[in-house]
Unconditional design. Structure first.
Length: 346
């Protein structure tokens, strides 16, 4: 036995000889000299440890070993050909557009906007746990665009990324039991809540939520008593009702019976919702259309929330779009797992 290592090309030689029925015909088809092909066959037979073909006066005939090698080798050659064809097909396909969104923004909105603007482009989506994770994925090319949010003290956006606010000021509202003495006010001064126990998310996501809230309270003349940490309405609403606390709430929340949400006078605690992308992203030239679509979608959501709609129109003026007449009321938050925006937190 020689040191020859059997390779795919040797299986192709065996397959061609078997198909042709003779070394001479196979050599002609392969455009090589017959003695060279005969010598190559001999080396292959030495490598496998037995004769692959019996030689006859009219040509060659596979041995039992040859029949096994031809059959199994044919399967390998077929698998290899399919691998090459599928790899080439994948190489010709454009990479899907990577779309990301933080957990408590309108993920469906950005996916819908991308689909509307680029209907023939495949997308891949990712839920983002933090700003740092979003920045890393954008820089690595795993995401092309992302819908993010940040409070004033959050992790700064890197200069290497482009950004365009979708909502420059998204205020945090306050949630109170309906029987609270301040529940009847159209808006509540933050200082009037100095003696309350608070519910707020403590998620360490780089957005600066807690720092911004504490600074807003300090500016209002008090240090907040944060007694409960909750990350979404499903947890916040029951806590609010059972502990008679007040909660930092997302303005798109639709509270259940027994709970009201009110704007905080002057909107001292707010976040900015921003569209971020890489300058070399395939969606770069479509950003103006995506931004317009996201703004319109957000304003339609605002139009279905009476408290937020009144605040918006008083603070920012008319909405650029509203829900059509007869649009169902947004689902109540914190009941039966329904949320106006999945997992909203402020």
């Amino acid at each position: 036995m020689t040191g020859l290592r059997l390779e795919l090309r040797h299986l192709k030689v065996i397959a061609e000889i078997a198909r042709a029925g003779s070394i001479r015909k196979a050599a002609s088809a392969m455009r090589i000299a017959q003695p060279a092909l005969a010598a190559q066959l001999q080396r292959i037979e030495q490598a496998v440890g037995g004769r692959v073909f019996d030689r006859t006066r009219t040509g060659v005939r596979p041995t039992a070993l040859g029949r096994y090698l031809i059959g199994a080798g044919g399967d390998l050659l077929g698998d290899f050909d399919r691998l090459i064809a599928e790899t080439a097909a994948l190489a010709r396909q454009p990479a899907p557009v990577g779309v990301g969104a933080m957990r408590n923004v309108d993920t469906a909105g950005i996916i819908g906007a991308v689909s509307d603007v680029m209907p023939r482009v495949e997308t891949s989506t990712r839920e983002l746990e933090s700003l740092d994770a979003a920045f890393a994925l954008l820089h690595a090319g795993e995401l092309d665009i992302a819908l993010l949010y940040r409070f004033a003290n959050g992790t700064p956006f890197p200069d290497t990324l482009c950004q365009w606010p979708v909502v420059a000021v998204e205020p945090a509202f306050v949630g109170l039991p309906a029987g609270h003495p301040l529940a009847g006010l159209p808006e509540i001064p933050l200082s009037a809540l100095a003696g309350e126990s608070w519910i707020i998310s403590c998620s360490d996501d780089g957005t600066g939520r807690l720092t911004a809230f504490r600074r807003a309270c300090t500016a209002a003349g008090f240090t907040p008593r944060i007694r409960h940490h909750a990350g979404d309405c499903e947890t916040t609403i029951p806590l609010l009702l059972s502990t008679e606390s007040v909660a930092v709430m997302h303005p798109l929340c639709v509270p259940p019976e027994g709970v009201v949400i009110r704007p905080v006078a002057g909107s001292p605690h707010y976040r900015t919702v921003t569209l971020a992308w890489r300058p070399d992203a395939p969606t770069h030239h479509l950003i103006p259309m995506l931004h317009k679509r996201l703004v319109r979608s957000y304003h339609i959501e605002v139009s279905t929330r009476p408290d937020y709609r009144r605040w918006w129109q008083a603070t920012n003026g008319p909405l650029v779009a509203t829900a059509p007449p007869g649009t169902p009321t947004a689902p109540v938050c914190g009941t039966d797992g329904l949320h106006a925006i999945p997992n909203h937190r402020s």
